[in-house]
Design a binder for this molecule. Structure first.
Ligand code: PLP
Length: 452
């Protein structure tokens, strides 16, 4: 048996939640395993770095969110935001839980179809839908969320050729007290543009206007912003009913709930400041329940939550490459995870936890990735116990956006594994290699040989 490491007992004053000038002490306990699988084993078997997704966390967070809404309102439908993480295995977990698909490009649309999502359960958002995309979505009776007038006119034009009535909603932007306002997507409520779009749709006589949509932003820290959005969307629904006798069948509140990550520059950690699903659900459902929409017309509430569902379920595990002291005395740590694999490190102070025992002393260090670029900084400062070359660590809450916004740069992207609810590990995306990276390249004949 390995001899246990002795450390003398120490008494430390507990300053819970009190950051010093460079933030909070990062960690008190190592993370030795994830869902019953040892970190060391994961790195040994699947390489370093490696992304890890916990199916158990995915499902339990989804169920918490679903419960928060469904206990307050009878008709709730989630639609998984593909761009947040479109690994097929990830999407399938949410689809198994009952989620529809929310897509913002032809590529994501095709991925959702291939994943077996019934096409009438695919919500097609975004400003970039080609004629072919729109035609396909109309024929498939998918839910098209119109972004701008040019798109509306294109759809009206397509109606003459396609003998299906497009199923559409409009995306609405508005002042909800969140600044800067996202006014670049959809039609503005406050200046009457959204109402104008609805009238043009209704007057066309060729389109089924069935829903209203807003996605007011991302990482929205105020649940009340959704209440304001709900009031404005309900107003449009009521006016549509009054003028045309037609009730919308759903109101879609988009995504935007904050995850528990800590934004850069935030004084308190995200775990202390992020609103709960209950707070968001209360604001959203009460805005519809207390509106002038008649009980028999109560719409389904659709939620396209991305970040807040998946962030906690994702980890990236890695290894310390080196310790270095810079000329000005700053202690730095070089790790094998760079910003190319952790895009969200531009916004978040990610939590980095050693995977092995450590002493109670900490030193603040600047943490660099392995890329040959000065911007490759994972943490400006992190209060960490001393780590040495070869030590392993876990970066938590990275499930959202990193596996879609990653960049292939100077090295291969690593494996992604999913740990299922029986603690079995599955590779859900293989690592890249020289062949996978270069398979789309072509060398002109005259350059095939490098001998002149
Ligand atoms: C990105 C996006 C989402 C998901 O947003 P989160 O902030 O990750 O919850 C939902 N709907 C639309 C239209 C989006 O563009």
């Amino acid at each position: 048996m390995e001899k246990k490491r002795f450390e003398r007992p120490i008494i430390t004053k507990l300053n819970t939640g009190m950051p010093n000038k460079i933030g909070l002490k990062t960690e008190y306990q190592p993370i030795r395993s994830i869902d019953g699988v040892a970190v060391k084993e994961l790195i040994e078997n699947y390489g370093s770095p490696v992304y890890v997704i916990s199916e158990n966390t995915m499902r339990s967070v989804y169920r918490q969110a679903y419960q928060a809404f469904s206990t307050r309102y009878p008709k709730i439908q989630f639609a998984w935001s593909y761009k947040t993480n479109y690994m097929d295995a990830v999407c399938k977990v949410y689809h198994q839980e009952g989620s529809w698909a929310e897509v913002v490009s032809g590529f994501e649309y095709d991925k959702a179809v291939r994943n077996g999502v019934p096409t009438e359960h695919i919500i097609f958002n975004g400003p970039d839908k080609s004629i072919e995309d729109l035609e396909k979505a109309i024929r498939n009776k998918s839910l098209i969320h119109i972004d701008h007038f040019d798109e509306l006119y294109t759809i009206i034009g397509l109606c003459d050729r396609i003998k299906e009535r497009p199923q559409v909603a409009i995306r609405v932007n508005m002042d909800t007290g969140i600044y800067p306002q996202w006014t670049r997507f959809g039609f503005n409520y406050d200046n009457g543009e959204a109402w104008d779009a609805i009238n043009r749709i209704m007057i066309s006589g060729k389109i089924d206007f069935i829903g209203l949509h807003a996605h007011i932003g991302t990482y929205i820290m105020s649940a009340n912003a959704y209440r304001i959005a709900g009031n404005k969307l309900a107003d449009l629904a009521v006016r549509t009913k009054a003028k045309y006798g037609k009730a919308v069948s759903y109101i879609d509140f988009g995504g935007g709930f904050a995850s528990k990550n800590t934004l850069k520059g935030a004084y308190l950690p995200g775990t202390d400041t992020t609103p709960s699903f209950d707070e968001y659900a209360d604001a959203i459902t009460s805005s519809i329940i207390n509106s002038e929409i008649k009980p028999e017309d109560m719409p389904t509430i659709v939620l396209e939550t991305g970040r807040a569902l998946i962030d906690d379920a994702g980890y990236i595990l890695g290894t310390v490459l080196a310790n270095k002291r810079m000329a000005d005395g700053t202690k730095t740590l070089i790790i094998d995870v760079g910003v190319n694999m952790l895009f969200t490190s531009f916004w978040y102070d990610h939590k980095i936890t050693p995977a092995q025992d450590f002493s109670h002393h900490t030193e603040s260090a600047k943490i660099y990735g392995p890329l040959c670029m000065n911007i490759d900084v994972i943490r400006e400062y992190a209060d960490l116990p001393p780590l040495k070359k070869g030590d392993q660590f876990v970066i938590s809450r990275i499930g959202a956006y990193n596996m879609t916004q990653w960049m292939q740069f100077i090295t291969y992207r690593p494996k992604i594994v999913m740990i299922d609810q029986q603690s079995k590990v599955h590779v859900i995306r293989n690592n890249e290699n020289l062949d996978t990276i270069t398979q789309l390249e072509k060398v002109p004949e005259h350059l095939k040989s490098i001998k002149k």
